[in-house]
Design a binder for this molecule. Sequence first.
Ligand code: MN3
Length: 200
Amino acid sequence: MAFTLPPLPYARTALAPHISENTLNFHYGKHHQAYVDNLNKLVAGTPLENAPLEEVVKQSWADKKPGIFNNSGQVWNHTFYWHSMTPGGGGKPTGLAADRINKDFGSLDEFKRLFAEAGATQFGSGWAWLVLKDGKLAVTKTANAETPLTEAAVTPLLTMDVWEHAYYLDTQNARPKYIETFISELLNWDFVNANLSDAK
Ligand code: MN3
């Protein structure tokens, strides 16, 4: 069974004016689709052809197969990224996320500072993450298609794409502006809470 592009959890116009329909047409419709198509070509006729996506990511990383890893990692990371945003997002976390942010970072502002810093200091292409690591929240960053999914005892909770294709059509080179908008207007705390609940 071939891998398919998962549906976006909202309309392509739903994140505007922060992220435009034009950006989603390219980022979701072209880039994410291309990773799916490339992955299908690369796994055809291999033992990974019928494996679940998460297993393909972990196995290709362990086996050092960069072609399959880069494309499967990008398929998984992007799907996780779409769910990390929501129309009318941002604001303050509730429930479990609020408790854990305060406990493990000291304050919401400190989490925001660390997350923004991770995104801004990822040189070149990559991702900023909120993860659960050894039972504590932590902010991390990864390069290119790399993903915390391959690390033992780490559960991804939230991600922000900092590849230029995520923001260039809307804010050109201003990555910090995109990061600020992601945190204040789009961040999906309900998704963080759902992932925290599943991790328990
Ligand atoms: Mn991307």
